[in-house]
Design a protein around this ligand. Structure first.
Ligand SMILES: Nc1ncnc2c1ncn2[C@@H]1O[C@H](COP(=O)(O)OP(=O)(O)OP(=O)(O)O)[C@@H](O)[C@H]1O
Ligand SMILES: [Mg+2]
Length: 212
């Protein structure tokens, strides 16, 4: 039976792009004519639902989140995108068990490497996704070396299509998202496309593992 696909953007480090990428994924889904809802789980953040073409759900309390997850099990289609919060390893571990795909955004820094490695060791099937990635040709080689190092340590667990740094990405976290700029819309479609392809790949590999 088809049901809503559950994706969690998490990880212990703050400010890596969990929220921006969650909103991009939802916007991208809508632009590709697929239903999507965003779930806020960080009790330190405010609900920002104005102007958004997708549902914004309040999962900041465990009870609220549990009922959102319950409802998703009887929803036949679309995407439920769950936005984590920094420094909540126990929460990440628990939610990783509930979702179909668990993704940790990371940026090109040594600190991010350390944190994302610890998170990936803790959550076996989680993937890492390079986020807000440099597009300047002088910065690309160094940034790529971080991807290479992580991919070597965690084969097949690093999404090898970085989400580029886009100036107007901050629009995604603004009070209202009435008319996203063309670069944000383009980025949203791209993020959704990569996430959807990765989702298919992950589902197939889970099926393969179950059959073997
Ligand atoms: N692809 C991108 N291009 C440019 N800027 C980005 C991109 N993704 C995220 N950012 C910016 O990085 C900053 C941090 O992003 P965001 O708030 O999504 O991180 P977070 O992991 O959710 O942080 P927290 O742990 O505090 O919740 C924001 O200012 C956001 O606009
Ligand atoms: Mg956030």
């Amino acid at each position: 039976m088809n049901r809503t696909k559950l994706v969690f953007f998490g990880g212990s480090k703050g400010g890596v792009g969990k929220s921006a990428t969650s909103h991009l994924a939802c916007l991208g889904a809508i632009l590709c004519n697929q239903p999507a809802a965003y779930v806020l789980t960080d009790p330190d953040r405010q609900i920002r639902d104005k102007g958004r073409p997708y549902d914004v759900l309040d999962g900041r309390q465990p009870k609220q989140l549990a009922s959102i997850l319950d409802a998703s099990r009887s929803t036949p289609d679309g995407w439920l995108i769950i936005d984590g919060g920094g420094n909540r390893p126990a929460f990440d571990l628990a939610i990783a068990d509930e979702v179909d795909l668990c993704v940790f955004p990371f940026r090109p820094s040594h600190e991010d490497m350390d944190t994302v490695s610890t998170d990936m060791d803790r959550i076996a099937n989680a993937l890492a996704w390079p986020t807000a990635w440099p597009t300047n040709i002088f910065a690309i080689p160094t940034a790529q070396s971080f991807i290479n190092r992580l991919s070597k340590k965690y084969p097949s667990r690093v999404i090898n299509k970085p989400i580029p740094f886009v100036n107007s990405a901050s629009d995604l976290l603004a009070e209202s998202l009435d008319s996203p700029s063309p670069p944000v819309r383009r980025l949203a479609r791209r993020v959704f496309g990569i996430m959807e392809a990765q989702f298919e790949r992950s589902v197939k590999s889970v099926k393969r593992r179950a059959a073997s």
